[in-house]
Structures are given as C-alpha cells and as structure tokens.
Design a protein around this ligand. Structure first.
Ligand SMILES: Cc1cc2nc3c(=O)[nH]c(=O)nc-3n(C[C@H](O)[C@H](O)[C@H](O)COP(=O)(O)OP(=O)(O)OC[C@H]3O[C@@H](n4cnc5c(N)ncnc54)[C@H](O)[C@@H]3O)c2cc1C
Ligand SMILES: *[C@@H]1O[C@H](CO)[C@@H](O)[C@H](O)[C@H]1NC(C)=O
Ligand SMILES: *[C@@H]1O[C@H](CO)[C@@H](O)[C@H](O)[C@H]1NC(C)=O
Ligand SMILES: *[C@@H]1O[C@H](CO)[C@@H](O)[C@H](O)[C@H]1NC(C)=O
Length: 619
C-alpha cells in the first residue's frame, strides 16, 4: 500500500503539476486512471443506497454539514442522511503544500465572478475566480487550512443585531468543542481545547524568513500574540487545521472516525440536490429531490431538511425551491413560496496579492524544484516537518490597526498574511490559475525569480470590514447551472485605502533590522497595467490593488441571520428560514457581517451550535 501510494504521489509531484481534472465524472475517472490514480480514488465506493425516509437530511457535506451530520447521528434514535455533490478525498488533498493545486481539480466547483468594474483587472474579462470545495469535507478539503475564529466584538455585534445566543461568550464553547489543539506554548490557554475532533496545530515546517519576519514585526511594535486568544492584535505563527502535518478536513475530523460504526448515518456522494420539497400550504419542508448517476430520487425528512451547501449553493437551493426575492423568482419562473432577501447581500474579504520582497538568503523559499523523491518519501513515512506540510506557504499572520480603519481600538482592521513564496513557487501554474491571473503577471513579475531560484516572500493584505457589498442571483431555473455572483469588489474606494495602508505597514516591517539582516528589499517589477504610475507611489499601489485582486474566499451573509422583523435577513437565530417550517440553513451563508477572521473555524462552530439547538428542540 505504502509503495503504491508513494509511486502515485511521486508521479503527481514530479509532473510537477496535477493536470486539471474535468468536472464530468467519467472524464475525471479516465483522467485519474491515466495518472495511475484510479485505485486510490474511492469516489464511487463511499455511498449508501438511500432510503425513502430519514429524520434529518443534511444537504452538503462541507465544513458545517459534516460537523452537523456527525453530531446529530450521535443519537442512535435519529437517522441522518448526508448528501454531497462531490466525491471523497484522496492522498493529494492531505498534502498541505498542494492546496492551490486542488483548485484545478474536480474538487472545486470552479465558479467565477461576473466581470468586475473596480477590481480583478489582472484577470481575463475582469472575472475573479471564486473556488469552492466540491468533495466530502467541502471547502475545508481544499482551503489553506488557516485556523482563525474572529474577534470578540464580531460575535457581540451578531448578538446585538437581534441574534441572542451568538455573543462571543455564547459561541466560544462551540469553537472549543470542535478543537483538538496541539499548539506549543498554549497548552494551558483557556482559549484552546485539547479533546475535540478537529486538529489545530503549529506548522512544523518554518523558513528562516518567517522567524526573521516575526522578529521584525516585534521591532515594528507588534506584540507576539495568539490571534485566537485574548487579543488578536499582533504577530503570530499560523495555526493550522492539520494533523501530524496532513490536512485535517471536516471529513477527516468528523466523518472518517465514525463512519464504520454509525449505522444511522447514511452518506451519498456524487449526488446533487436540485430542490427542497415543500408543502406550499403549510410552508413546511418535507424532503429533497436529488440526482445521482443520471437518476432522480426523492428522499423525505420526518423532522427537518438542513441546507449546508455553502455561501453560494444554499441560497441557490432556496431560490430553486421558491424561497427568495420575488422579482428574481418571477424572472426565472419559479413559483414563489416565501419572499425573502436570499442572496441580496454578500460580503467578502478581497485582498491584494503582494507586495513581494527578495532576500539574500538561500533555500528558504518554496520552489517546485525542491519536490523530489526524498521529500515525498519522508512525508509518506509520517514526517510532519517537510515542506509538504507547509500550508500552501502561509507562515505568519499579523493583525493590525490602520489609520483609515473604522473598527474600535481592540479590533484589527487589516491582516498581513506572510507567505514563503509567490507565483514563482510553482512556476506560474496552480497559484496563478487559482486566482485567474493573466499569464503576463507571472511572466513579467515573477518568472525571473523562478529562473534564478531567488529567495523571496510575499504578503496577502486582507482587510476585514469591506464597505463594498455584493450579491448573488439566479439567471434561470436550471438547478445544474451556476448562480450569478457579483461581489462588487472595491466599488467602495475606502476598501482600497485600507489595503494601501496595510501594504505600507508590510513595507515598514520589511525595513526593520531583523529583515534588513537578511537583505530584504521590495521586488521592483511593476504590475502589468500599472507601469504608467511611478513605482511604489500611492497611486501605483491603488492600481496594483485593483489589478492583483485576490480574494481569500470568505463570502458570507447570502442567507443572513437576524430577527424576522429585519428585512435583510433570511434565517432566525435558531437558523430556521423565516416563515417556513422544518427548514434550516447551517453554514457560513448565515454569518451576518464580514468577520475579523477567515471563515472555516466559524463553519465548524456553526455546525456544532446548530446540532445543540436541533437536539434541544427535538429531545
Ligand atoms: C481556496 C480557499 C481557501 C480558503 N482558505 C481558508 C483558510 O485558510 N482558512 C479559513 O478559515 N477559511 C478559508 N477558506 C474559507 C473556508 O474554507 C470556507 O468559508 C468554509 O470552509 C465554508 O464552509 P461551509 O460549511 O459554509 O461550506 P462548504 O465547506 O463550501 O460546504 C458546502 C458543501 O455543499 C456541497 N454542495 C453544494 N451544493 C450542493 C448540492 N446542490 N447538492 C449536494 N451538495 C452540495 C458542496 O460540494 C460542499 O461540499 C478558504 C476558501 C477557499 C475557497
Ligand atoms: C432513544 O430511545 C430510547 C427508547 O425510546 C430512549 O430510552 C433513549 O433515551 C433514547 N436515546 C436518546 C439519546 O435520546
Ligand atoms: C473539548 O472538546 C470536547 C469534545 O468535543 C468537549 O466535550 C469538551 O467540553 C471541550 N472542552 C472545553 C473546555 O470546551
Ligand atoms: C545579507 O545582507 C545583510 C545586510 O546587507 C548582510 O549583513 C549579510 O551579510 C548578507 N548575507 C549574505 C549571505 O549575503
């Protein structure tokens, strides 16, 4: 077995790219067979034959859905059916370094934004890529594995906006319930739990540049902190959802350990839910319609239907089922059951890719050329400190205030995500493709770094409270088509100013003694399209921000949670769809405001909390 996997992984890594796997399942399997991977992919074998009836149907086996299904099925008296559109993870998903590559596989839905007027100018037609996980484990199986919960004030604001039970003190126990922390120096912290299902650990591969950066950030006045602890403000090594250096997705954490014993949990993969079955008179959900291997099924729920299909697909399913904005449903010919502002609002964290800094060190930056047989072998034999355990290169996070930020003093405005590489790390392949960057960006800015194997590192600059508000809608009633997604990135100029100030702080830190000791200097290749501005002036960076736009995929609020009297909301604080019976939404689409965090940890928290609410209601 070990030998088989080794040869297969080697063939993948040395290629050095995973070729794109098409979304059609037959193509996918052909492609995998061609790669000699057919037998490690257990895609068709992870399914139960659906029964006619279950107590609970959970639609979508993502971060929140896997958590919820695992917790609900702890009660042996309840039957639970978990339906997932994608397949099952294989060894490649478990290699943290390959995070970006997964976006070129069938494990990504592959959405794009509509053409953006104020952003994404480095992309063909100004269309940003909006990846999403399509696999059991959902986006937690393809993401960058950064574990980050958010600021106390985020959740207190949820509670204040008509959501009792969602303040920080209310949700912290649910974050803790999911967490199995192994974090050096935080063994005694009351902010971490050591016995939950989801592994959170330090990344054991660390470059010298990360250490130098941590020192430089402190020299610049940013204290060392645990960004999941008492105060977020400051600099930290990243905390990752990995176990012994391998990705720990919702599938690995919550489903795999119980799979063989939990007879009351049925799972169907490669099955697409197309509609929620609703009795229009009583406004009561009683099941779902799904397609699986070309056949259509109806499955009924005695107690509840729960949508955990993510921030794009949960709103899509509501609208396909007659719950949504009246005008949109009318335009596509879906009979209205309940008018609600589904998809009317969407927040995201649009970031800037860069700046990149070169250093005079050697061997500290991730390059594809380092991926040889010895590294792969050590990883497969269980070593957790090789470059393959680097979470796509992310090493440190710095949470900062910026002058134009509007949040209170204890709440960060901007995050600096420091990465041990750039588009040069994979020769302009997966990372650039994942972002939908035009080839000229790699060619003109980064290719020389690959050719010379020049050490360097980059930042992603992220701001937390965008003023730009996007939306999502359906342009027809075909359930197999994509929703239209218009994030309206940077339509508010204030968002660009926040990021500009973040870039300036990254540059200031690079000038501190600890960074200067490794000869750090700004990569001065101008961004294609921004050559007319004097390099590194404010206007140059503004152009760069609108060109090298790079989302960290934290879309929220498409099924916003709030009081029924609030016309911007879709679900109540128990996550029940307003005015409907036996229907809930349990995933990141319910998050009412953009959080001061990445969104994966919150998805697990929402799954845990929903399980408790459902339990107390039906027990
Ligand atoms: C590339 C990328 C990197 C990221 N990196 C990080 C990070 O480092 N840290 C972090 O905190 N966050 C990160 N995020 C965001 C985070 O991973 C997500 O916000 C979170 O995992 C979403 O969880 P969810 O449960 O709401 O939805 P998902 O995990 O997306 O789950 C939805 C599931 O529903 C399934 N589904 C959808 N429609 C249907 C249907 N009709 N029928 C059946 N099944 C369906 C999907 O296939 C999917 O499995 C990243 C996101 C992306 C895309
Ligand atoms: C399951 O049902 C049995 C019999 O009705 C009951 O005694 C038991 O408490 C139930 N278990 C749970 C966890 O609700
Ligand atoms: C830690 O997680 C376990 C398992 O989910 C849970 O039972 C326990 O209450 C949690 N501990 C704390 C301190 O939250
Ligand atoms: C890197 O640059 C620093 C600062 O100029 C210098 O002190 C150091 O010796 C250089 N290191 C190497 C390996 O060139």
């Amino acid at each position: 077995m070990e030998k088989l996997l080794l040869s297969q992984l080697l063939c993948l890594l040395l290629s050095p790219l995973i070729p794109p796997i098409h979304t059609q399942r037959s193509n996918q399997l052909d492609e995998l067979r061609r790669l000699g991977l057919g037998n490690v992919v257990n895609v068709p074998f992870f399914s139960d034959v659906p029964q006619r009836n279950y107590d609970f149907i959970v639609v979508g086996g993502g971060a929140a859905g896997c958590t919820l299904a695992a917790r609900l099925s702890e009660n042996p008296n309840w039957s639970v059916f978990l339906i997932e559109a994608g397949g099952v993870e294989n060894i490649v998903h478990q290699v943290p370094l390959l995070a970006a590559h997964l976006q070129s596989t069938a494990s990504n839905w592959g959405y794009n934004s509509t053409p953006q007027r104020h952003a994404c100018r480095g992309m063909p037609d100004n269309k940003c890529a909006l990846p999403r996980g399509k696999v059991l484990g959902g986006t937690s199986s393809i993401n960058y594995m950064i574990y980050n919960r958010g600021n106390r004030r985020d959740f207190d604001a949820w509670a204040a906006a008509g959501n009792p039970g969602w303040s920080y003190d209310d949700v912290l126990p649910y974050f803790l319930r999911s967490e199995h922390a192994q974090l050096q120096g935080l063994e005694q912290s009351p902010y971490h739990n050591r016995s939950g299902p989801l592994s959170v650990e330090d990344v054991r591969y660390r470059s010298r540049l990360a250490h130098a950066y941590i020192r430089a950030a402190q020299e610049a006045g940013h204290p060392r902190t645990d960004y999941n602890g008492e105060s977020q403000l400051g600099v930290s090594y990243v905390q990752a959802t990995t176990l012994k250096g391998r990705r720990h997705s919702a599938f690995r954490a919550y489903i795999e350990p119980i799979r063989s014993r939990r007879r009351n949990l049925h799972i169907l993969t490669l099955a697409r839910v197309t509609r929620v079955l609703i009795d229009a008179a009583s406004k009561s959900a009683y099941g779902v319609e799904l397609t699986h291997q070309g056949r259509s099924f109806k499955v009924k729920a005695r107690k509840e239907v729960i949508l955990s299909a993510g921030a794009f697909n949960s709103p899509q399913l509501l609208m396909l089922s007659g719950i949504g904005p009246e005008d949109n449903l009318k335009a596509i010919g879906v009979p209205l059951i309940k008018a609600l502002p589904v998809g009317k609002r969407m927040f995201d964290h649009m970031c800037h890719f860069g700046p990149t800094f070169v250093t005079n060190t050697t061997g500290q930056t991730l390059f594809a050329a380092q991926l040889g047989a010895p590294v792969v072998k050590e990883f497969l034999l269980g070593r957790a400190d090789t470059i393959l355990s680097s979470i796509g290169g992310v090493e440190t996070l710095t949470f900062i205030k910026v002058p134009s930020g509007k949040s209170p003093a204890s709440q960060p405005d901007v995050e600096l995500i420091q990465v041990a590489g750039s588009l040069a790390s994979d020769d302009g392949t997966a990372l650039a493709k994942g972002a939908n960057f035009k080839p000229e960006i790699y060619e003109k800015m980064y290719k020389d770094l690959t050719l010379t194997q020049q050490d360097h590192f980059s930042f992603l600059i992220m701001h937390f409270k965008p003023a730009s508000v996007g939306r999502l809608w359906l342009h027809n009633r075909n359930p197999l088509e994509w929703p239209r997604i218009d994030p309206k990135y940077f339509s508010a100029a204030a968002d660009v100013e926040n990021l500009l100030e973040g870039i300036k702080e990254a540059i200031r830190i690079s000038q501190m003694p600890a960074m200067q000791a490794v000869g750090t200097r700004l990569l001065d290749k101008p961004v294609p399209g921004c050559e007319s501005y004097e390099f590194a002036t404010d206007d140059y960076w503004r152009c760069s921000i609108r060109t090298l736009s790079y989302t960290l995929h934290h879309q929220v609020a498409t099924c916003r949670m709030g009081a029924e009297s609030d016309p911007t909301t879709v679900v109540n604080p128990q996550l029940q769809v307003h005015g409907m019976r036996k229907l809930r939404v349990v995933d990141t689409s319910i998050i009412p405001f953009p959080p001061t965090a990445h969104t994966n940890a919150a998805a697990f928290m929402i799954g845990e909390k929903a399980a408790d609410m459902i339990r107390s209601e039906w027990s």
